[in-house]
Design a binder for this molecule. Sequence first.
Ligand code: HEC
Ligand code: HEC
Ligand code: HEC
Ligand code: HEC
Ligand code: HEC
Length: 485
Amino acid sequence: MSSTDQEQKNEGASPDPEERTAWGHIVRGLWRSPLGLLGVSITTISITLMGVGLIAELLGLFHNPYAAMFTYTVLPGGMVLGLALIPLAAFLRRRQWHKYGIQREHLKINLSDPKHRRFLIGLLVLSVVNVSILVIMAYEGYHFTDSPYFCGVLCHQVMEPEYKAYQRSPHSKIACVECHIGPGAQWFVRAKISGLRQVVAVLTNSFSRPIPAPVHELRPARDTCEQCHWPEKFVGKKVKRFVKFSNDDQETPEVNEIALHIGGHNPETDAFEGIHWHVSKDVEVRYLATDEKRTNVTRVKVKRPDGSEDEFVKTSDEEEGEVHQGEHEPEWRLMDCIDCHNRPTHIYDDQEERVDFGLLSKRINPAIPGIREDSLEVINTKYETREEATEKMVADLMAKQQTRDPDLAAQHEDGIKAAGEYLLESYLNNVWPQLELYWGTYNKHLGHEKADEGYGCWRCHDEEHENANGDTISQDCALCHDEPE
Ligand code: HEC
Ligand code: HEC
Ligand code: HEC
Ligand code: HEC
Ligand code: HEC
């Protein structure tokens, strides 16, 4: 017989249990049972650490997502476990007494007995305190799992690219959940369930690389974007400037200025016009795409403000009977904001634009001969890892310049190094070979630069989708933009 058994037997046989109060019994019992002691210790430590974590978080003493994760998930779990162990220990103890034939009275509660009343009040107060602590932790934890910090940093290896691109975007001050979940309990629950699945995918290292876009379960953009933007707002025309250099002329760019007809609800005419016409309240544009990326649009249906309806069919594809591949069945999709603004915040750059911006901002010195061509080659190199790129990129640019002309390379050494560092910075903002994310993995639909790959307005505006009358969805340049006045 072990010493604890011995003790328990002795205690069970103690002659005058009536002298102790119920609390006295419980507390004494706890100290006697290793399991009870464990429960008390876990609960006390958890509550203390939660208090410290919460205060530190509120005072902004540290900002460590792992510490927060620990405070909001592991510690409350510990507290609940500890609390559950205490009655379990008592139960096991009673069973043991039973086994040794020690008779115990059944639990009787007599409210007219002040000792019993004190016991019950004590129990009630303790329960209220414990439940309050858990509610506070759940509330804080809920906010924490909704913070960009949680989404972007905790899963840092997986979400690093999205988080980085987001941080330099116009939406960098907007929480991930504003677009990925939006208001309302239903989407919240859906998001947390799919979030749980994603956590499992990360832990088991079975997530897709790159993460597929578009996100098929993304909440309809009208529910999210329209919390802050509304298509009724009249934007009118917006002038955009595109600056491009060429390998033959690194110093004087070709400049293109276009005035985009963004439109919206024109208060003068009371009509929706321009590009935002697609999302005006009386218009419905639906389309059927045969691929996962929604780039191959075969049919487009439109309902116009005057009530007329039409369907445009891309006959060449229909005849070929393109076979759909992927996990999502082709389905009619109601066009919303993200069919154009698919990259509102995870905006990855184009490598040529980065090089041209370098020349424009003089971070790449345009006076160095051949620097544009060499820069493009270096920035497009398929390094195995980001670390390898960090190690080699500047030297690779230098080597290319040296083969071109060793004397000039020596003369421009500082300039070439500076250019190399600029290229590396651009590369590190956009390429994650370990996640199979390279230049051009994600493309935007705004515009038509990558029309040949199926991105942009020309998925529909290609003069190939015809209605019954043989009319097409127009590709007339002036429909969308003209020369600025
Ligand atoms: C302004 C709205 C918005 C915000 C804020 C936002 N996202 Fe997104 N996110 C989107 C849209 C829209 C897509 C779908 C992209 C597509 O269809 O190409 C997306 C796609 C993604 C994807 C899929 C991969 C990809 O790049 O397409 C991940 C992962 C992601 N977001 C994570 C995040 C994280 C993490 C944050 C916060 C740090 C965040 N998002 C904030 C709108 C947003
Ligand atoms: C919580 C509010 C909020 C939500 C939700 C939101 N945005 Fe924004 N959006 C902003 C703010 C703030 C700016 C920055 C305005 C500025 O820079 O003047 C912005 C800027 C933009 C711009 C202009 C970017 C530029 O280059 O100037 C576009 C386009 C845009 N948002 C589209 C979207 C789309 C599409 C969605 C839904 C997927 C969305 N936004 C969701 C608040 C929001
Ligand atoms: C048919 C494509 C299309 C759809 C659908 C669309 N937009 Fe746009 N939107 C554009 C284009 C093109 C621009 C100009 C882009 C630029 O500045 O480069 C623009 C510009 C904007 C801007 C910036 C306006 C400014 O003042 O600079 C905001 C904000 C915006 N859109 C929000 C939305 C929201 C919200 C929705 C959904 C309700 C939406 N858009 C639907 C194509 C679209
Ligand atoms: C999913 C197919 C689809 C895509 C993608 C699309 N459009 Fe359209 N667009 C249409 C249809 C359909 C019409 C109406 C044609 C008709 O009424 O005959 C239209 C009409 C327009 C109009 C004329 C609106 C008016 O005032 O009547 C403009 C401007 C326009 N689109 C611009 C754009 C731009 C810019 C983009 C890309 C950023 C774009 N569209 C992408 C299907 C599309
Ligand atoms: C359905 C609408 C639409 C039509 C039709 C259209 N464009 Fe565009 N175009 C756009 C949008 C939107 C952008 C802005 C892209 C951006 O903001 O990055 C753009 C940008 C451009 C640019 C600047 C981008 C660059 O890389 O230099 C040029 C040049 C251009 N378009 C030429 C044309 C020409 C030429 C035609 C006629 C054959 C045409 N576009 C027809 C919507 C259209």
